[in-house]
Design a binder for this molecule. Structure first.
Ligand code: PGA
Length: 244
């Protein structure tokens, strides 16, 4: 299994920031792991020229139509991007996206030939009530469509309370959750379930990357804040490269 590290730029980045990717492409473009940058839609066409894998951050369920302000998976693919994120908690919460919609968006991504990075994660309240695994299993059951495989899907476990907060679960907790997610994937998808990448996201930085990447069933990371600057992201990519 090739490991994957994806940067999620969220609503950040203008043309002046593309040079950050040039620096990453030179250092990590041809390495042992898949490096992906999920940029804002406005920059995708420029980002694809840099020589890294590029992705969108969301897509509509339709290919085209009367959907003001939306972007389709086909349009993302048309830029030359090859990935798209679905189900990020900021979409689930800020845009009321439910599992059924995320499943439909994931299928739309596949239909456009994109590899989907599908996010799941529990809230802080659910974590404290010890509901994490139940919540994650339900999200997986209802937001991952039938037909998921290692070719078309990566699952990102992102505890919502860890995103952008500097907090992370303990390595023991990440390990336990990823083992449970792996077992759940195998039950549902058989052999493919052993090969679908399971990445961790939420306050990954250079100081915790080595410990997280050493864990079994952690096949990479989805990185927000620390992916915006090459000087922050590069050591995290290096940590993943050194873990393989
Ligand atoms: P963070 O974000 O690395 O800034 O915590 C992760 C994400 O939202 O994907």
């Amino acid at each position: 299994m090739r490991k994957l590290i994806a940067g999620n730029w969220k609503m950040n980045g203008t043309q002046a920031d593309i040079f950050e990717l040039d620096r990453l492409a030179i250092a990590h473009g041809a390495g042992e792991v898949d490096v992906v940058i999920c940029g804002p839609a406005t920059l995708l066409s420029q980002m694809v020229r840099v020589g890294l894998n590029i992705g969108g951050q969301d897509c509509h369920t339709n290919i085209s139509g009367a959907n003001t302000g939306d972007i389709s998976a086909m349009m993302i693919a048309d830029t030359g991007a090859r990935y798209v994120i679905t189900g990020h908690s900021e979409r689930r919460n800020d845009h009321n996206e439910n599992d059924a919609l995320i499943s439909a968006k994931t299928k739309a991504g596949w239909d456009a030939g994109l590899h989907v990075i599908l996010c799941i994660g529990e809230t802080e309240a659910q974590y404290h009530k010890d509901e994490t695994l139940d919540v994650l299993r339900a999200q997986m059951d209802h937001s991952i469509p039938d037909g998921a495989s290692e070719e078309n899907t990566t699952i990102a476990y992102e505890p919502i309370w860890a995103i952008g907060t500097g907090l992370t679960p303990t390595t023991k907790e990440i390990s336990a959750v990823h083992a449970a997610l792996r077992a759940h994937l195998v039950t549902r998808f058989g052999a493919s379930g052993t090969a679908i990448r399971l990445v961790y996201g939420g306050s990954v930085k250079a100081s915790n990357a080595n410990d997280i990447f050493a864990l079994p069933n952690v096949d990479g990371a989805l990185v927000g804040g620390a992916s915006l600057k090459a000087t922050d992201f590069s050591p995290i990519i290096l940590a993943l490269q050194q873990s393989v």
